[in-house]
Structures are given as structure tokens and as C-alpha cells.
Design a protein around this ligand. Structure first.
Ligand code: FAD
Length: 432
């Protein structure tokens, strides 16, 4: 990219908001691509001007909350949204916040808690995820059974389209779409349909009480059997999670699989529920069953859970994950062990019971691809599949419906081309 082009960009965002030296850029980048500059826009007009400039110059842009994936980006620019981090409105009456998209999830959550409100979605990378990134991916997490996945919380947005035009869509009402739902089509589009600049976010009242029930089990299967009992009895707390013995050490020293049942709700009803859950766990063979009510102990437990979950997320190449209906988990775990051997000896196993979701850290030397094919077939036979993008591809392989898949991706790519005729936004995001 020429010096003249860089000065044009400086003209848009100011001298100080363009980084060109590899050492300055490093903290904003991941992946093997080599962008020419990191650009830090400060408002929607600047984002729009950058995108218009990029169209004229045929420069590619990779967008990010804080740390950008440079895949497929050589010579292009990285747009880091972190300066656009304001909460523009915290509307108690309508239970809605309006925020700029570069605000970090954790900073937003602090403001929400200060306002005595609640925003349940909880991305894996709680330290670095931005609100724009959460909606651009369409996360789900172990609270999604009770509250719905992250997309549920998006009521509208302002977006700079790949041509530079600014789209404003949605409002503070839940009932705000009839017909095609572009608001939620944009969720999960990973920055290919446009760049979120503002978000209208649904909030909830703050829960009156937070409690947890913890227990130890001698096996994952015994623990899971109690999860099924709870679900069959319609005892549906906020989350029911399990960490295997090795991971549990990160939170609490002790023997056995650690089960953590989290309850957000009203004081009296959550007390009754916690007692019921403790009784089910005890009858199911748990030891060290405890109801955690003290605020600091509860916070430590949840923070420990978030830390361990992020640790597993940090090594995706050696992690396999799948989802089935929650009540199919018993069958899934038994069949999984036919491929993996005793899961008790694995260094990392996480079960998110209400999501029917399992994550395992694979021992070194495991052939992940061939294991994934087997696990995918198993999970599909129970109505699920391995998750993430790998899941889409494996699902196609298992069904042998490559033709249908290429039709579908062809249509989606056509829509993408209509939005982004010069193909400038997020070249690393490829449907495959
Ligand atoms: C396919 C996939 C599935 C995932 N599923 C989950 C999940 O279910 N649960 C979970 O907790 N985590 C999931 N993650 C991890 C997820 O990336 C993080 O949890 C987090 O939400 C991303 O936030 P971020 O700010 O770090 O985003 P980044 O890593 O910066 O960006 C993520 C994607 O969003 C785009 N993006 C970022 N900001 C904007 C913006 N303002 N406008 C438009 N696009 C933008 C980026 O271009 C990129 O494509 C998933 C990641 C991927 C790639």
C-alpha cells in the first residue's frame, strides 16, 4: 500500500489512530496474514469513510473487536473497533441498552451490573470479546437454555455496509420484525454483511438471588444421570455443568468430577430448587454436596468456571466438541467412550448439561479429523452433530449431500457478493 494511501487513511481517522509498525500492530493481530496497517476508527462516519475508501482502492479489510484474524489478508487493513466503546443509553424502563459495538463484553457487563440489570450471554473469551464480535459470531453458552443464545438479545443495530452506506434497523421493541428477519440474518455473518457500529441490546432485570449447588461424582456417567433426572422432573436451573477431575483442580482441590449447578432467580424459589437439586445429587451418589450461598464463594466458583472454559478454548486444535439433545447425553457419553476409551483419564472434559454439549481435550497424537467423523456420526444418530464450522463440513460428508451444500453456499455467496461487490470485507471468512 502506498504512502499516499496511508495518508488518506490518516486524513480519515487521524495520525494517532493508524498503526504501521509490526511491534505496535502485534497486540491487535492473530493468524498468518500480514496487513499493512491497523486502523482504529472513532465513530460511524469514520468507519463509513474507510469502507468507501477501501472500495475505491480495492483494499481488503478485516474487522475485529480487539484482536483481528488476519487470515487471507495480505496488504489489506485491519479495523479494530475498540475506540468505539461507549454505552450510549441504559434504558431501565424498556430494559434496553444502546452501545457502540467495540465495547468489550466485560466492560458492558460491569455497566449493566452497576445499573442493577442483567445481560446473560457469556462468551468463551470473557476477557477480550467485544459486543460486536459476540453478535457477529452468534455465540451460545451454558446459560442459553434458560435465556436463549446471544442472538436473542439483539433488537437492532446500526451497520456500515460493505459499500459504506449506513443501515439503521430495529428498535427497542421485541416485536419489531414481520417477514424477513435481517436483524438476525446479520447475526453470525462474521462481518461479511457489514460492520456493526451500534447495537440495540435487550436486557433483563437483575436476579434477586444467585446460588449454586456443587457436588462430586465418582464418574461422569453418574453425574450425567442426575442431570437427566433434573431435566425429567422439570427442575431447570440456569446451568448444569460438569468439569472432570483434572480441570476441577483449577477451581477446587478434591477428588472426582465436579458438578456445578447455577441458579439465578428469586430468593425463595431458588432456595427450594437448590434443596431439590442437592437431594437429587445425593440420591444419585454424589459426595460433598453443598449449596453455595455466600456471594464471594459463588463469584469465585463462576469465575473459576469461566477461566477453565477459556483455557480449553485457547487450544481449539486439540479440542473436539459435539452437541445432542440434553436427554441423549447418557447414550452419547457411553458411545463416545467406545472411540476414546475411559474419559476419566482425559485431561479435559466439560459437559454443559442443559445444552447437551460436550467438549474434550484430546490427548497428544490423536487424529482429530477421523475421531471427529466418528463422533459426528454418533451424535447425528442421536439428533445432534459436532459443533462449529467443522460440524457443517462433517455433516455434509456423513449425509453425502455435498451437492445440496454447494447449492446453499452458492446462494449465500451470491448474497454476500450483492452486499460486497468488491469482496473487500473479511476475506478470511469463507463458507466451506
Ligand atoms: C465459528 C465460530 C463459532 C463460535 N462460537 C462460539 C460460541 O458458540 N460461544 C462462544 O462463547 N464463543 C464462540 N466463538 C468464539 C467467539 O469468537 C468469541 O466468543 C467472541 O464472541 C468473539 O468476540 P470478539 O470481539 O473477540 O470477536 P473477533 O474475534 O474480533 O471477531 C469475531 C468475528 O466477528 C467479526 N466482527 C467483530 N466485530 C465486528 C463488528 N463490529 N461488526 C461486524 N463483524 C465483527 C469479525 O470480523 C470476526 O469474523 C466462536 C468463534 C467462531 C469463529
Amino acid at each position: 500500500m502506498s504512502k499516499a494511501m496511508i495518508s488518506q487513511l490518516k486524513g480519515i481517522v487521524g495520525e494517532n489512530n493508524i498503526l504501521e509498525s509490526p511491534s505496535e500492530m502485534a497486540k491487535y493481530l492473530k493468524g498468518s496474514g500480514k496487513p499493512t496497517a491497523v486502523v482504529l476508527p472513532g465513530n460511524t462516519a469514520e468507519v463509513s469513510a474507510i469502507v468507501q475508501w477501501a472500495n475505491k482502492q480495492k483494499v481488503k479489510i478485516s474487522v475485529s473487536g480487539l484482536v483481528a484474524d488476519t487470515e487471507g489478508l495480505n496488504e489489506g487493513i485491519v479495523l479494530v473497533m475498540t475506540r468505539m466503546n461507549r454505552v450510549l443509553e441504559m434504558d431501565h424502563e424498556n430494559l434496553v441498552a444502546v452501545v457502540e459495538s467495540g465495547i468489550l463484553h466485560k466492560e458492558f457487563l460491569e455497566k449493566v451490573v452497576e445499573a442493577r440489570l442483567n445481560f446473560p450471554p457469556e462468551p468463551y473469551d470473557v476477557e477480550t470479546s467485544s459486543m460486536g464480535g459476540c453478535f457477529a459470531i452468534g455465540d451460545s453458552d451454558s446459560k442459553s437454555f434458560q435465556f436463549g443464545p446471544t442472538r436473542t438479545f439483539l433488537l437492532g443495530f446500526e451497520m456500515v455496509l460493505p459499500t459504506g452506506e449506513i443501515m439503521d434497523i430495529g428498535n427497542k421493541c421485541i416485536k419489531n420484525v414481520s417477514g424477513y428477519d435481517f436483524i438476525h440474518f446479520a447475526v453470525g455473518s462474521q462481518g461479511t454483511m457489514g460492520i456493526f457500529t451500534k447495537l440495540i441490546v435487550k436486557l433483563l432485570p437483575s436476579p434477586e438471588a444467585k446460588k449454586a449447588v456443587i457436588a462430586r461424582f465418582s464418574s461422569i456417567h453418574k453425574a450425567n444421570a442426575t442431570f437427566s433426572t433434573l431435566i425429567k422432573r422439570n427442575i431447570l436451573p440456569t446451568r448444569i455443568n460438569l468439569l472432570n477431575t483434572t480441570l476441577a483442580q483449577e477451581i477446587q482441590p478434591g477428588e472426582g468430577q465436579l458438578v456445578m449447578v447455577d441458579l439465578e432467580g428469586f430468593t425463595e424459589s431458588s432456595k427450594t430448587m437448590a434443596n431439590e437439586i442437592a437431594a437429587v445429587m445425593t440420591l444419585g451418589g454424589a459426595s460433598e454436596v453443598k449449596i453455595v450461598e455466600e456471594a464471594q464463594e459463588y463469584e469465585n466458583l463462576i469465575n473459576g468456571w469461566l477461566k477453565v472454559r477459556a483455557m480449553l478454548n485457547g487450544r481449539p486444535e486439540s479440542v473436539l466438541e459435539f452437541a445432542v439433545g440434553p436427554l441423549k447425553m447418557g447414550q452419547a457419553l457411553t458411545q463416545l467412550e467406545a472411540f476414546t476409551g475411559d474419559l476419566g483419564s482425559y485431561s479435559g472434559v466439560v459437559v454443559e448439561g442443559l445444552l447437551g454439549y460436550v467438549r474434550i481435550a484430546l490427548p497428544e497424537g490423536t487424529d482429530k479429523e477421523s475421531l471427529a467423523v466418528k463422533v459426528n456420526k454418533m451424535a447425528m444418530s442421536l439428533g445432534g452433530n459436532v459443533t462449529g464450522l467443522l460440524g457443517t463440513r462433517l455433516r455434509t460428508e456423513v449425509y453425502n449431500d455435498a451437492e445440496m451444500w454447494s447449492e446453499t453456499t452458492g446462494l449465500l455467496n451470491e448474497i454476500r457478493r450483492q452486499f460486497d461487490p468488491n469482496g473487500i470485507l473479511n476475506p478470511g471468512v469463507i463458507l466451506k
